[in-house]
Design a binder for this molecule. Structure first.
Ligand code: NCD
Length: 304
């Protein structure tokens, strides 16, 4: 049985295969309307979510399956003090796979040790978010035609942003990738990503504090929200929250074929005037997120 807990749990070949399945589904959605008939997805969301939960649910429903779960742990026996292990054993006896989001780093991994069905990490604290990474990779592939030979700028909260950590890990396996890490000093990428991924694998990267000084060099600009819920202190959040605001003026010096991605939700970091720019890919990215999750569900349930 396979789980998806870390963005490195899938090989490059397996990611390729998921892209192919997603592309086939996008082309002829109707052909896949019943492939998950009689299957049930459990969604255990211990943290807020819009896109991840809805896209998982929509993905399962479009494949003919059904969904049960909670989006608010307060309505489950979690409030009575039930452990993750017991919740997983219980839910696993009703459903065929589980998507789980949790504020604690490592919770989905812990769950996978007790689960009799595949566990998908739908985001664990400030750690990892592998299905967002699949979404991001598919978006890059569909818009640039490749996931190699790219200068990728990651901007905003690189410390707490789990989407950034998963993406750096996964994308560092492709050819000729260069990272430009744009953040305030306080929100730089964690040491383990710098040491164990970038330095160990000898991947070129630079760290800067302003977007203006590097925007013209980028093929991809991945904007992120400052992760308010991970701060110990509200004053620090307020000081850092508007560190970067991408607007039309800043985009003037960017490449014509830049692709702007954002896992969303956005707060202030991309001004609404950018939405009409042909380089803005973040709403397309939302759609790709559902198709890649359809592919992932089909693969983990071994129906494709
Ligand atoms: C991200 C997350 O939850 O980490 N959102 C998402 O899943 N699309 C990014 C964020 O919350 O900033």
């Amino acid at each position: 049985m396979r789980h998806l807990v870390d963005s490195m749990d899938l090989s490059i070949g397996e990611v390729e295969e998921l892209f192919e399945i997603a592309e086939r589904i996008m082309e002829k959605e109707d052909d896949y309307r019943n492939i998950c008939k009689d299957k049930i997805l459990g969604t255990l969301f211990y943290e807020p979510s819009t896109r991840t939960r809805f896209s998982f649910e929509a993905a399962m429903l479009k494949l003919g399956g059904q969904v049960i779960g909670f989006s608010e742990p307060g309505s489950s026996s979690v409030t009575k003090g039930e452990s993750i292990a017991d919740t997983i054993r219980t839910v696993g006896s009703y459903v065929d796979l589980i998507a789980m989001r949790h504020p604690k780093e490592g919770a989905p991994k812990h769950a996978s040790h007790y689960s009799t069905v595949p566990i998908i990490n739908a985001g664990d604290g400030g750690h990892q978010h592998p299905t967002q990474t699949l979404t991001d990779l598919l978006t890059i592939k569909e818009t640039k035609g490749r996931i190699s030979n790219l200068t990728i700028g990651l901007c905003g909260d690189l410390k707490f942003g789990r989407t950034v950590h998963s993406l750096i890990k996964a994308i560092s396996r492709y050819e000729n990738i260069r990272f430009v890490l744009i953040s305030p000093k306080e929100l730089k990428i964690p040491e383990y990503i710098r040491k164990e991924i970038l330095i160990k694998k000898d991947i070129p990267f630079s760290e800067v504090e302003t977007l203006e000084e590097v925007i013209d060099t980028l093929d991809i600009l991945y904007m992120t929200r400052v992760q308010r819920e991970r701060f110990f202190n509200e004053a620090d959040y307020i000081r850092l929250k508007d560190s970067y605001i991408l607007d039309r003026e800043k985009l003037q010096s960017a490449k014509d074929d830049l692709a702007i991605l954002h896992p969303l939700p956005r707060v202030n970091e991309i001004s609404y005037e950018v939405d009409d720019d042909p380089r803005a890919c973040y709403f397309k990215q939302v759609k790709f997120g559902m198709y890649i999750r359809m592919a992932l569900i089909a693969k983990l349930l071994e129906v494709m």
